[in-house]
Design a protein around this ligand. Structure first.
Ligand code: ADP
Length: 411
């Protein structure tokens, strides 16, 4: 079965074509600057060894429909494509950021699902509208195959009320659905399952803390395969320190800024979402640069690293308490997979909790799943590469098969 996975942003389409028999992507790519004067389409055909043959096109893609049409032409291109005809694609999996409370799991997209995603626009005004555009455009190009929505929020829908409700007037929840939703669910779910496979233990008996550190960053407490808490909240602003987002602050800060600095809601929003986090603290949101600057003696960069890892350490303690027991901590995403410095700082001084990192193993420049805790540690510290697109493809296959759509994707 071949599955096309699409992640649509306001001016971009990220895509991967998966061959589910091989359990891997055979093509990936990104169309960006859609709607601008010059759009860029970077397309890669991947061979069996994982090597890529790249094609970069510059030219105007007026809208998402034009973008996806060109992507489909490349998918069937004799030189750069992996299929002969678009009818070889059995299903399309869509990343949808906010499923609200409507979706506990991935689902075949129909009119009712589209209406529910639209209803959640106030909760994700930047993400759900382009996700909907992507679905509409893909449904027009692939009208005969199932389209599956895979939500960033659904893995977190098992969180109990005590963890998802804020202590604000209950009517805000009843009327406006104000609560913790959590994001990066596809990544947390994927690495939790990979951890269980690596540890050769059923996920139903594991207590895990998953730490996703990319540009956005979040953590989850996963008990017996179900998420019981996560650090992002109503929006992705809550929780950890991120590239440009502040994470947890005193909730009084926005009105302090409004009253004392005469800032508008939009200015405050921009400051906390785009000018805070690592960038706000030391002027750079790319962790590689922050580390480099810290090593060469820049004090604010060193402080930013301390604040960044201290916040993670606090959440490790909190989630250990929530879980009551801990089998493994998993680091993933750009920073989690690649920064021994941050992994080491987050776990420093936690030996009395049974959590420690082996300095040599931590530094090994590997790309595969690996254990960085000392041998015989009760609590394993693991580094697991995330693969959200693969998880979306796996979910799409599962849902399509469960709905009896068969190998071709069609009923
Ligand atoms: P996104 O959330 O955009 O998918 P990624 O998961 O790609 O982000 O993570 C991006 C972050 O990973 C950036 O801050 C980048 O600096 C960091 N990163 C990538 N490689 C390294 C590395 N070798 N050392 C430290 N940080 C790294």
């Amino acid at each position: 079965m071949k599955i096309l996975v699409i992640n649509t942003g306001s001016s971009s389409i990220k895509y991967q074509l998966f061959d589910m028999e091989k359990q891997k992507a055979v093509v990936n790519g990104l169309a960006e600057k859609i709607g601008e004067k010059t759009s860029i389409l970077t397309h890669k055909l991947i061979d069996n060894q994982g090597n890529g043959k790249k094609k970069i096109e510059e030219g105007r893609l007026a809208n998402h429909a034009e973008g996806l049409e060109r992507i489909v032409e490349l998918l069937v291109d004799p030189e750069f494509g992996a299929i002969r005809d678009k009818s070889e694609i059995s299903a399309v999996g869509h990343r949808v950021v906010h499923g609200g409370e409507a979706f506990q799991e991935s689902i075949i997209i129909n009119e009712k699902v589209l209406a529910a995603v639209k209803k959640n626009i106030p909760l994700a005004p930047l993400h759900n509208p382009p996700n909907l555009t992507g679905i509409e455009v893909a449904q027009n190009i692939f009208p005969d195959v199932p389209h599956v929505g895979v939500f960033d929020t659904s893995f977190h829908q098992t969180i109990p009320r005590r963890a998802y409700l804020y202590a604000v007037p209950y009517s805000l929840y009843e009327k406006q659905r104000v609560r913790r939703y959590g994001f990066h669910g596809t990544s947390h779910a994927y690495v939790a399952e990979e951890a269980a496979a690596y540890l050769k233990r059923p996920i139903e008996e594991l207590k895990l803390i998953t730490i996703h550190l990319g540009n956005g960053a979040s953590m989850a407490a996963v008990k017996n395969g179900r998420c019981i808490d996560t650090s992002m909240g109503l929006t992705p602003l809550e929780g950890l320190v991120m590239g440009t987002r502040c994470g947890d602050v005193d909730p009084a800060l926005p009105y302090f800024m409004a009253r004392n600095l005469n800032m508008t809601i939009d200015e405050i929003d921009k400051t906390l979402n785009k000018q805070s986090g690592l960038k706000g603290l030391c002027g750079d949101n790319d962790m590689r640069n922050v580390e480099e600057k810290a090593v060469s003696g820049d004090e604010l960069s060193a402080l930013a690293l301390e604040i960044y890892s201290y916040r993670i350490k606090k959440y490790i303690g909190a989630y250990y308490a929530s879980l009551g027991h801990l089998d493994a901590i998993i680091f993933t995403a750009g920073i989690g997979e690649n920064s021994p410095l941050i992994r080491g700082m987050c776990c420093e001084g936690l030996d009395s909790l049974g959590i420690s990192v082996d300095a040599c193993k931590n530094k090994e420049p590997r790309k595969d799943i690996r254990e960085i805790s000392p041998p015989n540690s009760q609590i394993k510290v693991l580094v697991i590469p995330t693969n959200e697109e693969k998880k979306i493809a796996m979910e799409t296959e599962r849902i399509v098969k469960r709905n009896g759509c068969g190998q071709t994707g069609r009923k």
